[in-house]
Design a protein around this ligand. Structure first.
Ligand SMILES: *Cc1c(COP(=O)(O)O)cnc(C)c1O
Ligand SMILES: [Zn+2]
Length: 404
């Protein structure tokens, strides 16, 4: 009998301690996030790339490499296998002959946070969790509340008052236990910490449970599969908590170990941040292994306003190991790129995703990216979730009968 999942155990990337996956685990004793490990030899013996390619268009097509044992526990809204498209017009504008978008704007809940929620909630269900809590800047809380509703798990979501209004409404409509805080995501984190400590609630905060990253890593699997089981030269990722970029890095290593990537090279990973919140960029410039708290952070790209990430050391490792880099983009530059992408290619990308396009342009200008390299920009969500970032200028209102 073939297994649905070949998960074997959890492992600490910092101290090497091993943990059992059949019961609830949060952080390692040493404070580090835990990573999920699989029996890759068995995966290799039991499934092929061809078999995966014939499965339905969902991230669950990679179920052997995901942590859920029983198919019945999978909580899905049809997420994954989002479009991967070449952008020739914008590419020509930027001097890039092979510019691609991986577009997470078209996924349930409107952002890639859905991947982490689908896998994270499915595993929580399998582990018997009935109440979880998390602080959020918006999109993660929205996704987790909606998937928790489907799984019949209570979700306590704490978000800053100025998080995008739509995400608050998503939590509310899902029947989530919504709390607003007149403060930052770090303040929301303290409220959640108290609840977890004193009431035994499952902590679903970024990287404090090991499974969200497993959902997000499927972006890496999909890019490789959609690119014909090869890796592109460069992948640019809008980096906040860093789960997405750590996930992509992990995915590519797993595929290398499986022997499923045609050539042995690694894509150079680029962490794109906002100038108003760039802790990873600062650390990378100094060659450091960890970041320091970025004071008074501010950017319109809400999803990447994370002044200190728990997994910063893993993001930085991914940049150094793949010979990637980190770059900060001003809000002005990313909004300009957002308009360019929509007006030249028709994709209404979110501000976070727009930052990766601005970064691709700048890195090309600086010669860090060559004209013939294959470059993938990750658009992490739909621009439709951020209507307030688009300022309309020079449009007049007609009176009936008036001509233009
Ligand atoms: C959360 C978020 C990010 C940052 O993702 P991380 O995995 O936390 O680095 C980027 N873009 C959007 C739209 C987000 O919601
Ligand atoms: Zn440890």
């Amino acid at each position: 009998m073939k297994n649905y999942s070949y998960i074997s155990h959890l492992e600490c990337p910092k101290c090497g301690e091993v943990y059992e996956e059949k019961k609830v685990q949060q952080l390692c004793k040493c404070g580090s996030p835990l990573l999920v490990r699989y029996d890759l030899e068995k995966v290799k013996a039991n499934v092929s790339r061809e078999e995966i390619a014939n499965r339905p268009n969902s991230l669950w097509r990679y179920h052997e490499l995901l942590p859920v044992h029983e198919k019945e526990n999978v909580v899905t809204l049809g997420e994954g296998m989002t479009p991967f498209e070449k952008l020739p017009t914008l590419g020509a504008e930027y001097g890039l002959n092979h510019l691609y978008i991986k577009d997470e704007g078209v996924i349930p809940t409107g952002s890639f946070k859905t991947r982490g929620a689908s896998v994270g909630i499915s595993k929580a269900k399998e582990l018997g969790v009935n109440h979880l809590a998390m602080p959020t800047n918006g999109n993660a809380g929205a996704a987790w509340a909606l998937y928790a509703a489907k799984a019949n798990i209570k979700a306590t979501i704490v978000m800053p008052l100025d998080a995008p209004a739509i995400t608050r409404k998503e939590v509310y409509i899902a029947g989530g236990d919504l709390h607003l805080i007149n403060g930052l995501i770090s303040d929301a984190g303290k409220v959640v910490g108290h609840l977890v400590q004193n009431h035994g609630v499952y902590d679903a905060s970024t990287l404090k449970e090991p499974y969200r990253i497993e959902g997000k890593k499927t972006m890496g699997y999909e890019i490789v599969e959609q690119f014909g089981w090869k890796v592109p030269d460069v992948i640019l990722y809008p980096t906040g908590g860093g789960v997405g970029i750590i996930g992509i890095y992990k995915a590519i290593f797993e595929l290398q170990q499986l022997g499923w990537i045609k050539d042995g090279k690694l894509p150079r990973l680029v962490a794109v941040q906002a100038k108003g919140c760039a802790p990873i960029v600062e650390a990378w410039k100094k060659g450091e292994k960890e970041s320091t708290f970025f004071k008074d952070s501010a950017t319109c790209a809400f999803g990447i306003n994370v002044p200190k990430a728990l997994g910063d050391f893993l993001v930085l490792e991914g940049l150094y190991e793949t010979e990637g880099c980190a770059i900060a983009i001003s809000d002005e530059e990313l909004l300009k790129a957002q308009k360019q992408v929509a007006s030249l290619e028709g994709n209404f990308v979110c501000p976070e995703g727009a930052a990766t396009f601005a970064a691709a342009r700048i890195l090309r200008e600086q010669g860090w990216i060559q004209a013939d390299e294959h470059v993938v920009c990750l658009n992490t969500g739909s621009g439709l979730k951020y209507p307030e970032t688009v300022e309309i200028k020079g449009v007049e209102t007609l009176q009936p009968g008036q001509e233009i």
